[in-house]
Write a protein that binds this ligand. Structure first.
Ligand code: V47
Length: 363
């Protein structure tokens, strides 16, 4: 493999990886432009095994999307609908709790709660939703509301971010998911999601949550109109924020699904497996201060996710139960996976399945 690395002109990057030295954006560009996928996988796997040995984590989790009504309507999103649209929905708190109660006989550890930016659900809805779920299932971990939703909830309640987070923490918030980051570049945001908070604001909210003791995840939506440089600037911004707070738990590259979105004509195809694996590998190599990289099987599909476990990823996400955001955009993966199926796929990939809690402690 060292011969291949030399042939690809990546020996200096190999030396940095072996010596645990930070890669530059320039290095990242050379990795993305490299033609030999196996060299990238080899390099990323060095870091993956140094940080997580042979383990591949997964969590017994359930997704709840309380509403798809959204005032932002981003061009890449097939989930969000304007109020009054025939496919728009919102759950009452009782309906959301019912979803939790339906699965009471399953050993679920975490519930992942996200929704659109609803124009008129009151501030109290977001607080009471957490309280009601926590009261129905007290031991469940509440991973709820992206930085984008936090900004929206704060503005609905006419409160600052700290007060909003404090109220949500008092109601049972345990951690936050990584959605809504998209690509931080202003150029991309202007084109795809002009109403969304700017990248700097997303990072500021994540850092505020970290300082208040709330760990969060981070994502990047790739495979649409962004350049490699923009992907790398996004990773660099996350790396800088992580240097400051250490509060990010994991990074999840999200591959764009174009069906039923406003971008479908411009970007008709889903990412290929090569780009998906490059993205996982480069994320693992650039984000030297992130402990975990997630292969989100709902978006990548189980087959690429298995291979991703040797290209830098160490986390398979989880059982999910019901997924709407990607399936409304044409995902053909299942809606849920059993623990047995996840363990089978991980073992087949030559890794050791480890069921985890939301903070990566073995359960
Ligand atoms: O915020 C929207 C993205 C995100 C599409 O934190 C799309 O553990 C692809 O953030 N094609 C939601 N992606 C998913 C998400 C997530 C998933 C799993 C685990 C975690 C975690 C977070 O999906 C959205 C947006 O960035 N998205 N539309 C689409 N058409």
């Amino acid at each position: 493999m060292l011969k291949v690395i030399e042939k690809e002109g990546l020996t200096d990057i190999y030396d940095k990886v072996i010596n645990n030295k930070r890669l530059s954006i320039e290095d990242g560009l050379r990795l993305f432009n490299s033609k030999d996928l196996s060299a990238l996988g080899f390099l990323a796997n060095i870091v993956r095994e140094r940080k997580n040995d042979n383990k591949a984590y997964y969590v017994y989790n359930q997704h709840i999307n309380y509403s798809n009504i959204c005032i932002n309507l981003c061009a890449f999103c097939a989930f969000g609908k304007r109020k009054g649209h025939p496919d728009a929905y919102e759950m009452t708190i009782e309906q959301a709790v019912e979803k939790i109660k339906e699965k009471m006989n399953e050993p679920i550890k975490e519930v992942h709660i996200v929704g659109g930016l609803h124009p008129d659900l009151p501030y109290s809805y977001y607080i009471d939703l957490l309280k009601a779920i926590k009261s129905a299932r007290p031991n469940i971990h509440l991973k709820a509301y992206t930085c984008v939703e936090i900004a929206h909830i704060a503005s609905i309640g006419n409160k600052d971010i700290e007060t909003t987070l404090k109220d949500l923490i008092d109601a049972g918030l345990d951690s936050m998911p990584g959605g809504g980051a998209e690509v931080f570049s202003d150029r991309i945001r202007k084109k795809l999601c002009p109403k969304k908070i700017p990248g700097e604001k997303w990072i500021e909210i994540a850092k505020t949550a970290h300082k208040m003791g709330i760990r969060t995840n981070a994502t990047m939506l790739y495979g649409h109109i962004e350049t490699y440089e923009e992907r790398l600037e996004h990773l660099d911004a996350l790396r800088k924020a992580q240097d400051e707070t250490g509060g990010f738990l994991c990074f999840i590259p999200l591959c764009f699904h174009p069906k039923n979105t406003a971008l479908e004509k411009k970007v008709p195809y889903q990412t290929g497996g090569i780009d998906d694996l490059k993205m996982i590998a480069v994320s693992r190599l650039m984000l030297d201060n992130f402990d975990h990289i997630k292969a989100y099987w709902i978006m990548l599909g189980p087959k690429i996710s298995q291979i991703a476990l040797s290209f830098g990823a160490d986390d398979f996400d989880g059982t999910i139960m019901e997924e709407k955001i990607t399936h409304m955009a044409g995902a053909e993966t299942a809606q849920a996976m059993t623990k047995a199926e996840i363990e089978y796929l991980i073992k087949q990939a030559g890794r050791k399945p480890v069921e985890r809690d939301s903070f990566y402690k073995e359960v």
